[in-house]
Structures are given as C-alpha cells and as structure tokens.
Ligand binder design. Sequence first.
Ligand SMILES: CC(C)(COP(=O)(O)OP(=O)(O)OC[C@H]1O[C@@H](n2cnc3c(N)ncnc32)[C@H](O)[C@@H]1OP(=O)(O)O)[C@@H](O)C(=O)NCCC(=O)NCCS
Length: 173
Amino acid sequence: MKTERLILRPLRPGDAPALAAYRSDPAVARYQGWELPYTVQDAQQLIAEMAGRVPGDEGWVQIGLESLAESVLLGDVALNTSGRQAEIGVTLTLAAQGRGYAAEALRVLISHAFGSLKLEQVRAEIDPRNVAVERLLLTLGFRHTSTEYGGYLNRGEWTDNAVYRLKGEEWLT
Ligand SMILES: CC(C)(COP(=O)(O)OP(=O)(O)OC[C@H]1O[C@@H](n2cnc3c(N)ncnc32)[C@H](O)[C@@H]1OP(=O)(O)O)[C@@H](O)C(=O)NCCC(=O)NCCS
C-alpha cells in the first residue's frame, strides 16, 4: 500500500535496530504496553512473528511505515483482526511526529480494512492521557464509545482504557 509520502510494507530483519530504538524511546513508549527497554532481540522476535502475515489475518499484524523520499522506517501501523472487526495501532518515531504521517497511513489502512477486507468496524483502545492519538482518531472520524476507568494494568500502573470506534458505513459514505 502506498500513500503520497509513505509506503506501508512488511517489517524486515533489517528494521530491528530502528524498531528497537523508537520503541525504547520513553516519549514514544509512554502509553504503550510493551516492556522497556525494548531490545534489538525483542524487535527481531516481533519481525520474525510477523513474517508472511498480511492485514486481515486473525490477530495482530504489524506493518512498517517507510518514507518514500528517504527510504527510512518512520514507524509502524498495526491491524488486529477478529472476525468482522479489527483494532488499529500506530507508532511514529519522535522525529516523524507532527507531520501528518499517522493520519496518512491510517487512512489507507482503514480503507483497505473496510474495502478489500470487508470489515464492518474498526476500533482503537487508548490511554485517555494520550492526547496526540485522541486527536488523530477524532480527525479520522472515530467516536469515543466507552472508557473503563482503572481497569488496565500497564507496567505496574492501573490506567484508564478508552475505546474509539469507526463503522464501515460511516467511512465509505
Ligand atoms: C499517536 C501518534 C502516532 C500521533 O502522531 P501525530 O504526529 O500527532 O499524528 P499525525 O502524523 O497524523 O500528525 C498530525 C499533526 O501533523 C500536522 N501536520 C503537519 N504536516 C501535515 C500534513 N502534510 N498533513 C497532515 N497533517 C500535518 C497536523 O497539523 C497535526 O498537528 P496537530 O496534532 O498539532 O494538530 C504519535 O503521537 C505517536 O507515535 N505516539 C507514540 C505511540 C502511541 O502512543 N501510539 C498510540 C497507541 S494506539
């Protein structure tokens, strides 16, 4: 999948150092669930688990975001398909944030989910303190549907979990 500035492509073994570097960045990892530090070995394992998987396969599929102009890994998007719906995730390196890449990548992924994959709903689950992702989801047309207060254990801290949803019929019309 391509956008104006990005290519969405499978993660490759050569991405491991870059993936480990941005996942270990405390500013990037703050509201995410992986353990820190996130090592190159952890990244290699994730990349190996993703080999041969494509969006629409059941469970999480992690996809690399590469800049078309510079051929560098800017982050990743993910789709966790479960029956007729899927959850999305997105992570950008700090240097790539604030430039519209996340919205650009998610638009093409969501269009694929509702178009070719014929999914009916896409969901995102976020820490409500994560204002950058909240703004991104609202920009894309997601609606906040529920929050479970204090029900999510993340790195030893009980945090809130807010759910946002987008329906295929809303996206396609
Ligand atoms: C969540 C996350 C991906 C959002 O990234 P982001 O850079 O804010 O989102 P976008 O790439 O869509 O960029 C939007 C911003 O770029 C600006 N922008 C600059 N150039 C732009 C362009 N050509 N097109 C669109 N927007 C552009 C927009 O004005 C907007 O800024 P604003 O938020 O101050 O209004 C990022 O904060 C992140 O990686 N966080 C860490 C991981 C995480 O917590 N992920 C969420 C868990 S699901």
